[in-house]
Design a protein around this ligand. Structure first.
Ligand code: PAF
Length: 306
């Protein structure tokens, strides 16, 4: 396992691997790794080929009053957590390597980034898209793995990969949850004991929408109102949004159908949490629901790596 900090070194490593006919799987992360990240790494590893994991807390996706400076960082612990997967490389560049003086070009995602997280965190998806393009150019992976938990991020990146004919296949993997349904997130570290007890309310609200959908309710506004009622009843929660939307554009769905996604975001104490569930047939496994939402796994617009 090589710890690489230099952009040139990671580029030459993966170029060399690809010249030798090895496929490259890539898991981009901001570190503070938990089982959610490790499920992506496990999945990437199981595909065979070479495995590269990046750890980079990307400053450009944080707003000025957000948690960039206190975002949890522990490279040594992350490397230990990754060791058992024997990645070919852990790529952990510094901010000045990724954004040297004079850096002046950004990717501006379109409508899919306009609402929800995009509206509440101006510039967030611009930062995500920009860093992901840089990482994909540096690592040039065949497949890149992202979690369903950041659903809008996945939709934005899918759109960008298609629009820019980037030769990387996007693989979206199911959200990993605690025993009480709370989606794993590095930001769960901010929750006090009381906040932690309250936090599963996001999942409970999503479950309610799913139950209603399974019972035949398809009016998206009714599903959204049911989620909001549950969230608002939780004493420590401050709701940002609850909605049922089309999975590709994130436009409101008047009538919810299989593949539509229920999205919620709420503050719980000091932490801002997001979660989602894809609606579909009762009992459908997560992988099937992800496929429903993203149709066939996303590929570049007709272009694959040579
Ligand atoms: O999902 C994340 O951890 C980040 O947004 C990503 C994709 C690594 C870009 O910084």
């Amino acid at each position: 396992m090589r710890l690489i900090t230099s952009l040139d070194d990671v580029h030459s490593l993966t170029l060399d691997l690809r010249r030798r006919g090895t496929t490259v799987s890539f898991v981009p992360t901001m570190g503070a790794l938990h089982e959610g990240h490790l499920s992506l790494v496990r999945r990437a590893k199981s595909e065979g080929g070479a495995l590269v994991v990046s750890i980079f807390v990307n400053p450009t996706q944080f707003g000025p009053s957000e948690d960039y400076s206190r975002y949890p960082r522990d490279l040594e612990r992350d490397c230990e957590a990754l060791a058992r997967f024997e990645p070919d490389a852990i790529f952990a560049p510094g901010p000045a390597d990724m954004y040297p003086d004079g850096f002046d070009t950004h990717i501006e995602p379109g409508n899919v980034a306009a609402k929800f997280e995009g509206a509440l965190r101006p510039g967030h998806f611009r930062g995500v898209a920009t860093v992901v393009v840089k990482l994909l150019n540096l690592v040039a992976p065949d497949v890149a793995y992202f979690g369903q938990k950041d659903f809008q991020q996945a939709a934005v990146l899918r759109r960008m990969i298609d629009d820019f004919n980037i030769g990387t296949r996007l693989m979206i993997c199911p959200t990993v949850r605690e025993h009480d349904g709370l989606a794993l997130s590095s930001r769960n570290a901010y929750l006090s004991t009381e906040d932690r007890l309250a936090a599963p309310v996001l999942y409970r609200s999503l479950n309610r929408a799913r139950e209603l959908f399974h019972a035949g309710e398809t009016r998206a506004d009714v599903l959204a109102a049911a989620m909001r009622t549950i969230l608002e009843a939780a004493p420590r929660a401050k709701v940002d949004y609850a909605a049922v939307v089309r999975p590709d554009t994130l436009e409101p769905a008047a009538q919810a159908a299989a593949g539509c996604v229920a999205l919620v975001a709420s503050r719980v104490g000091p932490a801002r949490l997001i979660d989602n569930l894809i609606l579909g047939p009762p009992g459908a496994p997560d992988e099937e629901l992800i496929e429903l939402a993203f149709e066939a796994p996303a590929t570049s617009g007709g272009h694959t790596r040579p």
